[in-house]
Design a protein around this ligand. Structure first.
Ligand SMILES: C[S@@+](CC[C@H](N)C(=O)[O-])C[C@H]1O[C@@H](n2cnc3c(N)ncnc32)[C@H](O)[C@@H]1O
Length: 255
C-alpha cells in the first residue's frame, strides 16, 4: 500500500481544522481575476475531494485525479453525501499526475496542498507540468501551491506534534524531519498513534513523505519550458510577496 493508503483513513480527521472553504474561495478569486468565465477544472492530487467539493459549491465543474485508491474512496463517498446539484459537478478517477491523460481539456488545472512538492525529481515535476499543460485549453490557467525553498532553508522544519480526536479515536501525529540539502528535499517522518477510545488499544503507523522545496528560477524555467507564463507568484492565501519566511508559495500560470 502506498504511503497515502494508510494516511487517508485519518486524513479528514487530521485536517478537519484545515480551512478548505476559505482555500477554495481564494483559488476561485485568483481564477476569476484572470479568467472570469471558467467552468471546468481538473484537480491533480485531489485527495479526499475537499477542495473539489467547495469549488463545485462555487459553481465550477471539477474532475479530481489521485493516485491513492483510499483517498479516492473517501472522495467518492464525499460526493455521494452531497446534494445532487453539487455532486453532479464532481467526478473523480485514478491517475498519476505525472502521466494521466483524461482525453479532455479544461479551463483550469489546480493542484493544492503541496501536491507539486510531492514530485521530488526534476523529471517527476516536469512530467506533472506536462500533464497540466496537455489538459489546458489555450489561455487556460494552472494554479498550485508548493514549499518555497528560501523559507524552508531559513526556518528549517521543526518537530511538530498534532493531537486530534473524534468520538471513536484519538490520533497523535509526530512529524520529525530531515532536510536533504543536496536534493532540495525534506523527508518528513510521521509517527502516528491511533487510540481506540472504547478499548484503549493503540495502533502505530510510520510514514515518510518526501517533499521538494522549490525556488523561483527553477519554477520559471520548468514552467516556461512547458508553455506556461507565470502571471502571479505570491504567498499562499494572501497577496504578499514571497520572503524567506513564507513557507507556502502560490503560482498562477497561464498557458
Ligand atoms: C497532502 S495530500 C493533498 C490532497 C488534497 N489536494 C488536499 O488538499 O486535501 C497529497 C495528495 O497528492 C496525491 N499524490 C501525490 N503524488 C501523486 C501523483 N504522482 N499522482 C497522483 N496523486 C498524487 C496523494 O495521493 C495525496 O492525495
Amino acid at each position: 500500500m502506498d504511503v497515502f493508503g494508510h494516511y487517508s483513513r485519518y486524513y479528514d480527521l487530521l485536517y478537519r481544522d484545515k480551512d478548505y472553504v476559505g482555500e477554495a474561495a481564494y483559488v476561485a478569486k485568483n481564477i476569476r481575476e484572470h479568467f472570469p468565465n471558467v467552468k471546468t477544472i481538473l484537480e491533480l492530487g485531489c485527495g479526499t475531494g475537499a477542495h473539489a467539493e467547495h469549488l463545485a459549491r462555487l459553481g465550477f465543474n471539477v474532475h479530481g485525479i489521485d493516485l491513492s485508491d483510499e483517498m479516492l474512496t473517501c472522495a467518492k463517498a464525499r460526493k455521494s453525501s452531497l446534494p445532487e446539484c453539487i455532486a453532479d459537478a464532481l467526478s473523480f478517477s485514478k491517475g498519476d499526475v505525472r502521466n494521466v491523460r483524461t482525453g479532455k481539456t479544461y479551463d483550469v488545472v489546480v493542484s493544492l496542498f503541496h501536491v507539486m512538492s510531492y514530485q521530488t525529481s526534476n523529471a517527476d515535476l516536469e512530467d506533472a507540468f506536462v500533464t497540466a499543460s496537455l489538459h489546458l485549453k489555450p489561455g487556460g490557467l494552472f494554479l498550485f501551491d508548493y514549499w518555497y525553498g528560501p523559507a524552508v532553508l531559513t526556518q528549517r522544519p521543526e518537530v511538530r506534534v498534532k493531537r486530534i480526536q473524534d468520538d471513536k479515536i484519538k490520533v497523535t501525529r509526530i512529524a520529525e524531519s530531515e532536510t536533504l540539502v543536496n536534493e532540495n528535499s525534506v523527508n518528513v517522518n510521521y509517527t502516528i498513534f491511533i487510540e481506540d477510545k472504547e478499548s484503549g488499544k493503540v495502533g502505530q503507523l510510520k510514514e515518510t513523505h518526501r517533499m521538494r522545496y522549490l525556488f523561483m528560477p527553477e519554477l520559471n524555467f520548468l514552467l516556461a519550458k512547458n508553455g506556461f507564463n507565470i502571471i502571479v507568484s505570491k504567498q499562499w492565501m494572501n497577496d504578499f510577496d514571497l520572503t524567506d519566511t513564507s513557507w507556502n508559495g502560490f503560482v498562477v500560470a497561464s498557458k
